[in-house]
Structures are given as C-alpha cells and as structure tokens.
Ligand binder design. Structure first.
Ligand code: ZN
Length: 118
C-alpha cells in the first residue's frame, strides 16, 4: 500500500501527517490537502508519552532537576552567610573604633576646656 502522495505544486513525495486533512509540503511548503484514503487518526507521539510519564515521577527521580533549581538559591544563601560572617566581625570593630573616637574627642575637649579655665 502506497502511503505517500505527490505535491500538486512541486511533485515532491510527501508522507501524510496523522490527525489532519491538510499539511505543508515538506519540499516547497505548499498547502496540501491530504487525500482522503491517506488520512488517519493521530496517535500519541513518543514525546507526549514521555510527558505523561514525567508527571508521574516521584521526587526521588526529580532530584536532579530539583538540585539544579536549588543551586542558585544555595549559592545566594552561601553568599549571605559569608556576608553575615564578615559583618559579625566588622560591626563590633566599627563600634569599638567609634567608641574609642568618642572617648578621644571627649578627653580632647575636656583638656581644651581645662586649659582655658586654668
Ligand atoms: Zn511541494
């Protein structure tokens, strides 16, 4: 049984698509009407079957994808941790410096004041 038909525009041999009565010529792109005796119902493609199987997968099987999606989040969390760790040491150091500066200024002003009254 011949399951191909010729394009009316270029004469190229086309394999009829399933589930449709019209298709584009594989060679020239012309809109073709598939002969009635070659029309057939669509059958689910392998990709559709794969999609079906994917939705029923457990978390165990999705672990690779989950990890891949979690990676940027983990990287951001790590950066935040590093920043916090750094801040934890920097902040007391800054506060100490500010406190020392305040003490030095106070001593300096009191020294000036003391000199001015003596
Ligand atoms: Zn054609």
């Amino acid at each position: 049984m011949n399951k191909t038909f010729s394009c009316s525009a270029c004469g190229g041999t086309n394999k009829p698509q399933t589930g449709t009565s019209r298709m584009a010529c594989a060679y020239c792109g012309a809109n073709l009407n598939i002969p009635a005796h070659l029309q057939s119902a669509a059958t689910p493609s392998v990709e559709e079957k794969l999609q079906e199987a994917k939705t029923s997968l457990s978390l165990e099987n999705e672990a690779v994808n989950v990890l891949r999606q979690a990676q940027p989040i983990a990287a951001r969390a790590w950066n935040a941790f590093i920043f916090w760790n750094w801040l934890r040491w920097l902040l007391p150091a800054c506060l100490t410096l500010i406190a020392l500066g305040c003490v030095a200024l106070t001593l300096n002003f009191s020294f000036i004041w003391f000199n001015s009254i003596v």
